[in-house]
Design a protein around this ligand. Structure first.
Ligand SMILES: Cc1ncc(COP(=O)(O)O)c(C=O)c1O
Length: 438
């Protein structure tokens, strides 16, 4: 029995018909990645911290579109920004005022971002950060960490989070079909949180490396004290650009992202989700001498990096991002969201411990995850061998209680109220017996 009043409605005829059309027309049915097929749903809308499905179920949402809805669904500032600009035209290819405003704001807000380029997703942002770094270094290889996810391009999908059978370091394995075999040679893999081994790999491959790219919070593996600073020191000494993938952490951990939160400033960063309002958006920010390779300086130096496309600096996405950054500047906002997230994270830790379910709840206050495993989890390899049935079951149990979480993180938003957190803790408490029984 649930402690809250939610009773999940069976999938309606209308929703089943929509799902059948999705299967017929969508190559991978967007739903397939994140929900148990038995709970397949079609989302019809979202408001604040809640989303609604086509059968009329309303869920308290900790998936948040995989992070972008950090300020909640249909935030009034986002809606107003879109409404104001959409009627005035929104795609010109030429530089527009909204993009200039946002670039200026990003430069003032993100520590490493002396200059900015705009893109349409997190994947594009990491891809173009990589290209900029390679051009600057005139070297082709990328070092990334095992288990880190940087998006869907070829290099990003080497030894990413779906690596069940890792190769010996520094060898990479592809996480998708269709990636050219050559890419294995272009990606060097290191263990997150193992500074000594990583430095050894960086030094060995220094003459080939175009960049070191890292998710500062790698999935939910928290960087050990000194790890990011150690990367900073060795990359600076060797003049290899250090790239932070801040697609998740940017504007979420702090206004200045992980670089502000952990106090380590990279050469380049890729950003996207938390200020996108859910619109297609990404950016690269970084040192002017590297970013300038995308402009006239790059042409004059015979080292020009091409990275713009039709929608770069899209007026709607730029206007929304500027509006949401203003919202995030509200005094006390980060203190409040972090304290609510931390309360939920602590409660989950305590409940699992009391129920005697082996688990590690790791990550930061607004992006954390329970790993159902009986030892410390600090990198990809230490996370292998988790209790997959419990991992999947938690999502089902919460859906039964009106709570939507992804298969990985709990994302906490600025619009999850104290009452929402209480309700979630009650639903979690109510789920423990069934979770343990799995
Ligand atoms: C750390 C990180 N980098 C890159 C990406 C790719 O972003 P997008 O899905 O916008 O392409 C993601 C997406 O989840 C991510 O978590």
């Amino acid at each position: 029995m649930s402690n809250n009043s939610f009773v999940r409605k069976e999938s309606s005829e209308h929703e089943r018909a929509l799902l059948a059309r999705s299967d017929r027309h969508l190559a991978c049915g967007i739903r397939s990645a994140s929900i148990n097929p038995a709970y397949s749903m079609v989302i019809t809308g979202g408001k604040g911290a809640r989303v609604t499905d086509a059968s009329g179920n309303e869920y308290l949402d900790y998936l948040l579109g995989s992070g972008p809805m950090f300020l909640g669904h249909a935030h009034p500032a986002m809606v107003a920004a879109v409404q104001q600009r959409v009627a005035e035209g929104n795609s010109f290819l030429l530089t527009n005022d909204a993009a200039i405003d946002l670039a200026e704001t990003l430069s003032e807000t993100v520590p490493c971002a002396e200059k900015i380029s705009f893109h349409n997703s997190g994947s594009e942002a990491t891809y173009f950060a990589l290209r900029l770094a390679r051009a600057y270094r005139k070297r082709d290889k990328m070092l990334k960490f095992e288990g880190a996810y940087h998006g869907m391009h070829d290099h990003a999908l080497m030894s990413a989070q779906w690596t069940m059978k890792p190769a010996d370091f520094p060898h990479a394995v592809p996480n998708s079909a269709g990636i050219p075999v050559q890419t294995r040679e272009d990606v060097v893999i290191a263990p997150f949180n193992d500074l000594e081994t990583t430095i050894e790999i960086i030094r060995t491959h220094a003459d080939e490396l175009g960049c070191v790219m890292v998710e500062p919070l790698c999935r939910t593996f928290v960087p050990r004290p000194g790890f990011l600073q150690g990367l900073r020191d060795v990359t600076r000494a060797l003049d290899i650009p250090l790239v932070f993938d801040e697609v998740v952490t940017g504007f979420r951990l702090a206004l200045g992202g992980a670089q502000e939160f952990y106090g380590v400033v990279p050469d380049l960063c890729a950003g996207a989700k938390a200020i996108s309002g859910g619109l297609p958006f990404g950016f690269v920010g970084g040192r002017a001498d590297i970013m300038d390779l995308a402009g006239r300086a790059g042409v004059e130096a015979g080292n020009h990096v091409r990275l713009t496309g039709t929608y770069s600096g899209n007026v709607l996405a730029a206007s929304v991002a500027s509006a949401l950054i203003q919202e995030l500047k509200a005094p006390g906002l980060y203190e409040q969201v972090n304290s609510r997230g931390q309360r939920l994270k602590n409660a989950l830790t305590d409940l699992l411990r009391s129920a005697d379910i082996p688990a590690q709840v790791i990550g930061e206050a607004t992006a954390f995850q329970p790993w159902f495993i009986d030892h410390e989890v600090y990198d990809h390899r230490s996370s292998l061998g988790l209790h997959w049935k419990r991992h999947f079951k938690l999502q089902d149990l919460l859906l039964d209680r009106g709570i939507l979480k992804g298969q990985e993180k709990f994302f906490v938003s600025t619009v999850h109220s104290d009452a929402d957190i209480d309700l979630t803790i009650a639903a979690l408490a109510d789920s423990m017996d069934e979770l343990k029984a799995v």
